[in-house]
Design a protein around this ligand. Structure first.
Ligand code: NOJ
Length: 745
């Protein structure tokens, strides 16, 4: 069956019992100050001032330390915690390892474009291996926020707009990071973030407030988090923003009722950075003391870098405001995770291990494979692609064509220096006998600098004068003019998507579109490769550039993977995990909306814009191949099923071309009526298949209670209606092969 299945693996009840006893013994020995210290995550970086780490560790120990990436220092600090703190409890070293530690993999939005959870499992398993060899125990990933507004910069860190695909990718990333069991010494503990609703920031502005009904939360934004819990994720991170007027970091409903009481989560929750202190800024808490109290009572186990817990919790217990039982309740899962992962037995890292681990050839190979599987072919008029390797002179043009930072993309590990194969390099390697010329054209920059630029000044892109811009433009066109074929590599710099990297427009930044038009006017064949962290409204290109490859931010081996696809060594098979809007003003845009009473296409009073179509430029699930496929024989095992029962959907997919290729078979449903109005389409199954020329395959999906149940506003609970359903199977969210069935009482 090809519906997404989650695998739960938890420690045996005997092991659980032993660990619980061990934690109780520890707790009984610990002073109040030591317990509070376990609830704190302290900054190891100069850019966030905090208490002196050595001093804290010596005096009380600490739950965790973040923003440090120094193997030797990890061992030194760990030794202090173990040998000198009163209880000798080891520290958890934490860092954002989002899509690779030293070997960088495609950004998560790209991984989701593979529609192959194994890409996420294998990539994150290697990320975990490298990070663990460096001494990191805990990563702040996966980021599993559903994002339907491409202006929001953090869309790059997640799996896109869909709860079903998002859940599959969330579970896969957890499995990759943690393995079967968090005691695996080659893995890291994962952290599902940002709980919850962060992707729906108003206007797509990062950190802005979020208004989501319970129905929208439960049906769309929470499923990936539930999937992470079912996959055994060790920790959660709360979101920064206000969710329906309550900061998510102080939401009892989220942190206790949903996460623990409903889903049975047993790990611990860390706040986002400074989020406990931010409760004051957000107008929720009177002061830091009040903030500490509110967060703890709501169910926040660990305070990331705000020091609000360490400065206030002991007082709050001593004056009777908070109970020692509550403190114990919050410390317990932190000590439990430390025990479960074997940190007491193996607190140190072998300082010679990292170099050996990162040099393993399968790391780069896997990164290249993941990048190949993540890329999406958006256009290929008259089969311009794949290109011939007999080309004699190719020009590679564009500001990101030779940028290692743009190739590796958003969320670089602290202290990591980009070291990717750029697209220019990848093409040179592929066409070793040919002439490959290059001109970047005018540089692209943010109008407002990123705070990362202040933290890492070496990443800064200098501003060009108007004369320099003109000269770069002219040089690029001249370079293109001499070539037989031009590969334009356009998109976004690494700092243009990610945290605090929201945009109002989805156009190609800077002079890129102008340059693209000037190069196309030369009348030579042009291929456009996009390196970017979000959908872009490439309207002109979509009609005028014959071949377009969405390569996203593909990682260390990105340039090789692009060349593999452009020259036909690999046939692209990725699909969009997000719609591409025609305009940034159209965001939020997603395929799974409900029907208005006068939908687009209605002869009068169509509810949509009068100045542009509101259909996406490219729909969710879309992507081409060098092969072609045909779908047929959509069959349901029953025309009617009783509520609670399931039916089997089968469909045949055939490769009708002369080349082998991949197709992602996608199953969508629509409930035609019911207690609430339901989305016009919902993804409920997918499978990426490889087919040889002429080969057919029958793909099977199951539709049952799990797929047909939803949270209803009218009923105020999870329900399954008796109603009729449409079913489509095909190559994207506009699939036309259709059948129907009915759920009866
Ligand atoms: C803030 C970000 O929102 C979060 O995703 C990240 O994990 C923390 N900083 C720690 O770096």
């Amino acid at each position: 069956m090809n519906n997404y299945q989650n695998h739960t693996k938890s420690a045996s009840s005997k092991v659980k019992k032993e660990i619980a006893e061990r934690v109780n013994v520890l707790l009984a020995k610990m002073s109040l100050e030591e317990k509070v210290a376990q609830l704190a995550q302290i900054s190891g970086a100069d850019f966030v001032p905090g208490p002196d780490a050595e001093e804290v560790l010596r005096k009380t120990g600490a739950g965790s330390l973040l923003w440090l990436n120094d193997t030797k220092r990890f061992n030194e600090l760990q030794k202090i915690a173990i040998d000198e703190s009163p209880s000798g409890i080891p520290v958890l070293f934490a860092l954002d390892v989002i899509h690779g530690y030293r070997t960088i993999f495609p950004v998560p939005l790209a991984m989701a474009s593979s529609w192959d959870p194994e890409v996420a499992v294998k990539s994150q398993a290697i990320a975990a291996k490298e990070a663990r060899a460096a001494g990191i125990h805990w990563t702040f990933g996966p980021m599993i926020d559903i994002a339907r507004d491409a202006r929001w910069g953090r869309i790059v860190e997640g799996a896109g707009e869909d709860p079903y695909l998002g859940s599959a990718m969330a579970a896969a990333q957890v499995r990759g990071f943690q393995g079967e069991d968090i005691s695996d010494p080659e893995r890291v503990v994962a952290c599902a973030k940002h709980f919850a609703g962060y992707g729906a920031a108003e206007g797509g502005r990062d950190y802005d407030e979020v208004f989501l009904s319970e129905t929208e939360l439960r049906n769309t934004y929470l499923p990936p988090f539930k999937a992470a819990v079912e996959a055994g994720v060790g920790t959660f991170m709360s979101a920064y923003m206000d969710l329906n007027h309550v900061p998510a970091s102080a939401s009892r409903w989220l942190l206790r009722e949903v996460l623990r009481e409903e889903w049975g989560f047993e790990g611990f929750v860390v706040s986002d950075a400074m989020a406990v202190g931010n409760l004051v800024v957000q107008g929720h808490a009177r002061d830091n003391r009040d903030a500490a109290q509110r967060a703890l009572v709501a169910g926040m186990n660990m305070d990331m870098a705000a020091n609000a817990y360490t400065e206030n919790l002991a007082d709050l217990v001593n004056d009777g405001t908070l109970s020692m039982d509550l403190i114990d309740e919050m410390v317990r899962p932190i000590l439990t995770i430390k025990a479960q992962m074997g940190l007491f037995e193996n607190p140190y890292v072998d300082e010679g291990l990292l170099d050996e681990v990162v040099s393993r050839p399968e790391h780069k190979q896997t990164s290249r494979w993941a990048a190949q599987r993540s890329m999406v072919l958006l256009r290929n008029e008259d089969n311009l692609l794949p290109l011939s390797d007999k080309l004699k002179h190719v020009a590679v043009i564009g500001p990101v064509a030779d940028s290692m930072a743009a190739t590796e993309g958003s969320w670089m590990v602290f202290g990591h220096k980009p070291a990717a194969v750029t697209v220019l390099q990848g093409i040179k390697d592929k066409l070793s006998g040919a002439k490959v010329t290059f001109a970047p054209g005018p540089a692209i920059r943010r109008d407002f600098p990123s705070f990362f630029e202040e933290m890492f000044p070496e990443s800064k892109i200098p501003e060009q004068t108007p004369a320099e811009i003109k000269a770069a433009f002219t040089e690029a066109v001249a370079t293109a003019k001499d070539a037989e074929l031009i590969i334009m590599v356009l998109g976004e710099n690494a700092d243009m998507a990610g945290e605090a990297a929201s945009r109002g427009s989805l156009d190609l930044p800077g002079k890129q579109e102008e340059l693209l038009k000037a190069v196309c006017a030369l009348g030579k064949p042009v291929v456009l490769v996009l390196l970017n962290g979000r959908p872009l409204s490439i309207n002109w290109a979509s009609e005028n550039v014959p071949a377009i490859l969405e390569a996203w931010e593909p990682g260390t081996e990105g340039g090789h993977a692009v060349a593999d696809i452009l020259f036909g060594d690999v046939n692209p098979g990725g699909k969009l995990p997000v719609c591409f809007p025609r305009n940034g003003n159209h965001a939020p845009m997603y395929y799974g909306h409900t029907l208005s009473h006068q939908p687009e296409g209605h002869p009068q009073y169509s509810s949509r814009y009068w100045d542009s179509p509101t259909t996406p430029l490219y729909p969710f699930g879309y992507g081409l191949s060098y092969a072609s496929f045909e779908f047929s024989n959509l069959t349901l095992s029953a025309a009617q099923i009783a509520a609670g029962k399931s039916l089997t959907v089968t469909a045949e997919v055939k490769n009708t071309s002369k080349v082998a290729g991949d197709e992602v078979v996608q199953l969508y449903i629509h409930q035609k009526w019911g207690t609430d109005s339901r989305p016009i389409r919902e993804l409920k199954g997918f499978e990426r298949v490889t087919l040889q020329p002429g080969e057919s395959k029958t793909v099977r999906f199951e539709l049952g209670e799990k797929e047909l149940t939803y949270w209803s506003t009218n009923a105020g609970k999870w329900i399954q209606d008796t109603a009729a359903f449409d079913v489509w199977v095909g190559s994207d969210s506009q699939a036309t092969l259709h059948a129907e069935f009915e759920v009866v009482a």
